[in-house]
Ligand binder design. Structure first.
Ligand SMILES: Cc1cc2nc3c(=O)[nH]c(=O)nc-3n(C[C@H](O)[C@H](O)[C@H](O)COP(=O)(O)OP(=O)(O)OC[C@H]3O[C@@H](n4cnc5c(N)ncnc54)[C@H](O)[C@@H]3O)c2cc1C
Length: 374
């Protein structure tokens, strides 16, 4: 009987677990996650703008494990030793014959303890709950979003819709370190997003960074100070600490460079945000679509190895991406076709509903989209 361990019960990890069930192999499966629920991250900002209940975005990992033959262990992995094929978690140790690392990514505060202490992050359903209750409780003068990437923009537009609903005026500012928002994305998208941010009265400060937060005052480079300000930090992500300490080739975010079969070594696979995979000279971005396929493929390759068959190469298909904006003015590309406005918003919500782990959650997401004016 082979011992199979999965670290992480997100899109990649759970897809892998499902793939093992019914594979016909004799295995003892363990899935370890530091959280009890798998949170549907792409709709977290919509908890603000659309009023989606954060509870609609969570699904009990143990419930899926129960259906797949995996034992669920609610614990945080602190190290992995690929040579000894051993995982060390806070409360126990696990040996494996095959491992899938699918631990995703977390907010990166780049070592700034001050920002980590005072800013809000958006990594899970409980983070969304914390932001909503704080904003309902306290009136701020300014709302500062750190980071002008997809998530920062999505958060800023959702904040505006949320504040409008509460009938609270307030300045919203996106602070971006780079000279422009949305990094390498096409110019048409940057112009479209910038025009929409203007429409929503959201300011953009480029080539700037949040330096510190003190007594609700936010200090930004160039001597700017925003008083009585609420800060959401969406300026980057990094992989889990145990990966940072793993001996492997990694990118600056700590994503592990994998081979064409998604392997770190013969017994250790990496899938989802934790994996750094190069396709036609371009590294794949972090996205749900890749995480799901990679989780399934990592499991398939382990099953093949156990059955004495060849492992399969990963050939990703990029379906495209959407930058969701809360006033239904989203934009993106789908299979090479540019989309914008309500259609783009609708595609985002349809993807989210379809990818949800339960019909109930999917229905809950779609219902809020329709109700809030899709
Ligand atoms: C606000 C936001 C909006 C997003 N919007 C989109 C979008 O619109 N479209 C899109 O495609 N993608 C979007 N993404 C990115 C997408 O959510 C990720 O690419 C995807 O979740 C990655 O899946 P994963 O399985 O690799 O990791 P995750 O889904 O993050 O799951 C990782 C799991 O590992 C667990 N874990 C982590 N460290 C440890 C540890 N040390 N020990 C045990 N368990 C651990 C975590 O608790 C978690 O359950 C968004 C992300 C965020 C945060």
């Amino acid at each position: 009987m082979k011992k199979i361990c999965i670290i992480g019960g997100g899109f990649a990890g759970l897809t892998a677990a499902i793939r093992f069930s019914g594979s016909g192999i004799d295995f003892e499966g363990t899935l370890i996650d530091k959280k009890e629920t798998s949170d549907f991250l792409p709709t977290l900002p919509d908890c603000l703008g659309r009023g989606i209940s954060p509870g609609c975005l969570t699904y009990k990992i143990g419930a899926i494990c129960g259906k797949t033959g995996f034992k669920f262990v609610n614990d945080e992995v602190i190290s992995v030793d690929p040579e000894r094929k051993e995982i060390i978690a806070r409360a126990g140790r696990f040996n494996y014959d095959y491992l899938i690392i699918a631990s995703g990514s977390d907010t990166n505060f780049y070592g700034n303890e001050n920002i980590k202490k005072y800013a809000y992050k958006l990594d899970g359903a409980t983070d969304a709950e914390k932001i909503i209750s704080k904003l309902k409780e306290v009136k701020y003068q300014a709302y500062v979003v750190g980071g002008g990437g997809y998530t920062g923009i999505e958060v800023a537009t959702n904040l505006r819709v949320f504040l409008n609903r509460l009938k609270r005026p307030g300045r919203i500012i996106i602070v971006e370190r780079a000279p422009a928002i949305l990094g390498p994305l096409p110019e048409w998208m940057k112009s479209y997003v910038s025009a929409n941010l203007k429409r929503l009265d959201i300011d953009i400060l480029t080539a700037s960074q949040i330096e510190k937060i003190e007594d609700k005052n936010v200090f930004v480079s160039g001597g700017k100070v925003f008083e009585n300000a609420f800060v959401v930090w969406a300026a980057g992500v990094k992989t889990a600490d145990f990966i940072q300490n793993l001996k492997a080739k990694k990118n600056p975010q700590g994503r592990i460079e994998v081979d064409e079969n998604l392997r770190l070594d013969e017994h250790c696979y990496v899938a989802g945000d934790a994996a750094y995979f190069k396709d036609k000279n371009i590294y794949l971005r972090m996205a749900v679509q890749f995480s799901i396929v990679e989780g399934g493929l990592a499991a398939r390759n382990i099953i093949n190895s156990i059955k004495g068959r060849d492992v399969v190469k990963y050939k990703p298909l990029d379906m495209g991406y959407i930058i969701p904006m809360a006033n239904n003015m989203s934009c993106g590309t789908l299979l090479g076709v540019n989309v914008r406005g309500v259609l783009a918003t609708m595609l985002h919500f349809m993807m989210c509903a379809y990818r949800s782990w339960s019909l109930k959650n999917g229905f809950c997401i779609l219902k809020r989209f329709i109700k809030k004016g899709g």
